[in-house]
Design a protein around this ligand. Structure first.
Ligand code: DGJ
Length: 720
């Protein structure tokens, strides 16, 4: 719900449990007066009386008592007396970058507008959300900023983006055009972020805020393994279950910044959007630029509460298409089973064995196209390597067995040793006169160019149109350097990175529009592009090339800070760190599948795999539709790790524990969460009955269970 209080000029955005209050001051200054637990409507007037004074900070002479520098500015700009990190900086035709946005008008309407060309939250029908558009204008440059907010009435999330239009008469350049700013009147928060690298993505990190700047960013051309475009501010002392937490996530897959600045008044500003380094967008008169969308979540129920809001929000308002709700096939992927060493017969043998186990889909990974028998060639040559493969016979045979069939692509890349490169050497991302840098023997294909997109999509369409393919895995295996495009004029080269991301989005959009039944999975050397932008196109993303179940715990727990279990690509591999039970219990958290040669399984392991597949079906609805509770996080406890999925009606729960490091017997009374205190739950494995209250407050007795390094166990609870 969004309400405007005319006498005091406040606009209040309410979700079920949160409020976000804007205030319009004389002079058109737009303030972020409050964000937190839901407030009543009656005494909002007092919020604008709380602005600290500022000495030394310049003010508009017409409003000498108002200081932008000391106020919670809703969309702070550069050069007019607010010296903190800004959201917008416009270089005008005179060459200066002074920018000043003042309120002009606003309107409220039901539903949510699309962001053309960009991923975004959506609502299935207009009654589920309301949108506020606040129009602001810089009187000097004529640049208009329309701040667009949507509040959902089924989850505590608020989305924001900004539409910038040059309504002046001269060209300008956007040097910073961020999506969102939140100013909080305290610095007593910890900043939580997810750092990583290849095979070690989304590692939880928590640090107290300090005065000055702190934050994360990517300049790699993609959201990256190294920092995820997510951050939380957790009030000091907040835990998984208690305390106020703000979550911020950018619906974007390219360069991003997420910066917190604490000022001399101990207030905290958080801004997020496209990383300004290497960004510059020219706006001729009449032209517009739309920022990516930012998602904000507030929870007074700790980090767990915040995560569950993100999960519901993304499950309902971000993930789309047939596979949002339809049961997804359980897959086996050829990569770790064969790498590049496969042919038709080998893949048929995988499928035959997989079928006996109960697996529903075979995915043929890298190595089926051009002359690709290792990673040194053929990206860009998206036609079947007929020396290696009879794709028609393979798919017919696999389909004949009752299995679905999937294929791998890496459309944004080009190998120097490829027909495509020999024909179009200028199609790789490069700066003329400089040697393009190479990574994994490949260059990046310039998908900011329409002709390049036409070619690569034409090749994809030729294969997908000819063969009945049920699934695509879309990979992206390097960072971008020498960022420039041969088709952009000099003054627009700063637009390259964003145009590249828009090109990728356009390609993915075409793929899922032309093949709407496709199950689509994103991937980037594991989870190097695990972000909400990608989730808008594909309902699942391969989380990491690291399939070691113990290391996966950190990756999956970190990922769960904001991404739902249904999106987390997780497979059982031949990794020997633990037995198959633990590997299965950990992979059950996510989409679940296999990444191994099924012919090489021992008889004992084959039986375990069959049981796992039965469990996958048994718990499918609970894990996809239930709420996740992180009971013991790997970053809090080196010995044991535990989580549960609880059905929305709280009648069923699946608890999983993994002993990450054996220790001499220490009591473990595992306190469950999210149950009904007064309900009686039966432990399926033993028949024991306990109240929800006992399970949550006294805990489930799990001392010594599981016992040894790398062992796991599950407890299934059903309420009467
Ligand atoms: C990286 C991916 O993460 C792997 O799963 C696999 O698809 C390889 N690329 C193939 O080159």
């Amino acid at each position: 719900m969004i309400t405007y209080n005319e006498p005091i000029r406040t606009i209040k955005l309410d979700t079920p449990h949160t409020s976000y209050v804007l205030g319009v001051l004389d002079g058109g200054f737009l303030l972020n007066l409050y964000y937190g637990r839901r407030l009543p409507d009656d005494d909002l007037w007092s919020l604008s009386n709380r602005l600290p004074s500022a000495s030394f900070s310049p003010s508009d002479p017409e409003y000498p008592h108002f200081s932008q520098d000391a106020s919670p500015m809703e969309y702070p700009t550069n050069g007019r007396g607010d010296f903190r990190v800004s959201a917008l900086s416009v270089r005008c035709a005179d060459g200066n970058s002074v920018t000043d946005m003042r309120y002009v008008s606003h309107r409220v309407f039901p539903g949510k507008p699309d962001l053309p060309g960009l991923p975004h939250l959506y609502a299935a029908d207009d009654s589920l959300c309301d949108t506020l558009e606040v129009t602001m204008r810089d009187p000097y440059t004529g640049v208009e900023a329309v701040l667009v907010y949507t509040v959902f009435n089924d989850c505590d999330a608020i989305s924001k983006h900004v539409r910038l239009t040059n309504r002046g008469e001269l060209p300008v350049k956007l040097e910073r055009a961020l999506s969102s700013c939140v100013d909080l009147p305290s610095m007593k928060y910890d900043l939580i972020t997810l750092w990583g690298r290849h095979a070690k993505e989304r590692q939880f990190e928590r640090r107290p805020l300090a005065h000055g700047l702190q934050g994360i960013r990517s300049k790699r051309g993609s959201s990256s393994h190294n920092q995820n475009p997510f951050a939380a501010l957790a009030e000091t002392g907040a835990t998984e279950t208690t305390g106020e937490v703000y979550g911020f996530n950018l619906v974007y897959s390219g360069n991003f910044t997420l910066t917190a600045e604490v000022d001399h008044n101990a207030t905290t500003r958080v801004v997020m959007g496209i990383e300004p380094t290497d960004f510059c967008w020219a706006l001729a008169p009449g032209e517009s630029f739309v920022t990516p969308e930012a998602v904000h979540v507030f929870s007074a129920e700790g980090l767990g509460g915040m995560s569950r809001v993100f999960h519901r929000c993304y499950g309902e308002h971000l993930i789309r298409g047939r596979w949002k709700t339809e049961k997804r096939p359980l897959l086996i992927n050829s990569w770790e089973a064969a790498y590049f060493d496969f042919d038709t017969e080998k893949l048929i043998s995988f499928a035959a064995r997989a079928k006996e186990l109960g697996i529903g889909m075979l995915v043929m990974d890298d190595g089926w196209f051009g002359k690709r028998n290792n990673d040194k060639s053929s990206l860009g040559d998206w036609f079947v390597n007929e020396d290696k493969l009879d794709l028609g016979r393979l798919i017919d045979t696999v389909h004949g067995m009752g299995l679905k069939f999937g294929i791998w692509y890496e459309p944004e890349m080009i190998s120097p040793d490829s027909e495509l490169y020999r024909e179009h050497p200028d199609w790789c991302v490069h700066v003329p006169g400089r040697t393009p840098s190479i990574a994994r023997h490949q260059y990046v294909l310039d998908v900011s160019r329409e002709d390049v997109r036409e070619n690569v999509f034409g090749q994809i369409r030729a294969v997908m149109g000819r063969y009945p393919i049920d699934y695509v895995k879309w990979d992206f295996n390097r960072n971008i350097s020498e960022a420039a495009s041969a088709t952009l004029p000099a003054e627009r080269q700063g637009e390259f990175f964003h145009r590249f991301v828009l090109g990728t989005y356009e390609l993915q959009d075409r793929l899922i529009r032309e093949f709407p039944d496709l199950l689509f999975e994103n991937c980037s050397g594991g989870g190097g592009r695990f972000d909400p932008g990608m989730l808008y196109y594909s309902p699942q993303i391969w989380a990491s090339d690291n399939t070691d179940p113990i290391e996966r715990l950190n990756i999956q727990f970190g990922t769960s800070l904001c991404y739902p279990a249904s999106s987390v690509g997780a497979h059982v591999s031949a990794c020997t760190r633990t037995g198959y039970r633990t590997k299965g219990d950990v992979a059950l958290w996510g989409t679940f599948g296999y990444e191994l040669d099924p012919n090489k399984l021992s008889d004992g392991d084959r039986e375990i795999v069959k049981e796992q597949i039965a469990e996958y079906h048994k718990y499918y609805d609970l894990i996809r539709g239930g709420d996740l509770f992180r009971l013991i996080c790997p970053w809090d406890d080196p010995f044991v790790c535990a989580w549960s999925f609880v059905s929305r009606d709280k009648r069923e729960a699946l608890v999983t524990l993994v002993r990450t490091l054996r220790q001499e017997e220490t009591l473990l009374h595992l306190k469950l969460q999210g149950l009904r205190p007064d309900a009686i739950y039966t432990v399926e494995e033993t028949g024991e009955k306990y109240s929800g209250a006992l399970l949550m407050y006294a805990g489930l007795e799990m001392t010594g269970n599981p016992w040894d390094d790398g062992e796991s166990c599950k407890v299934h609870l059903i309420a009467e």
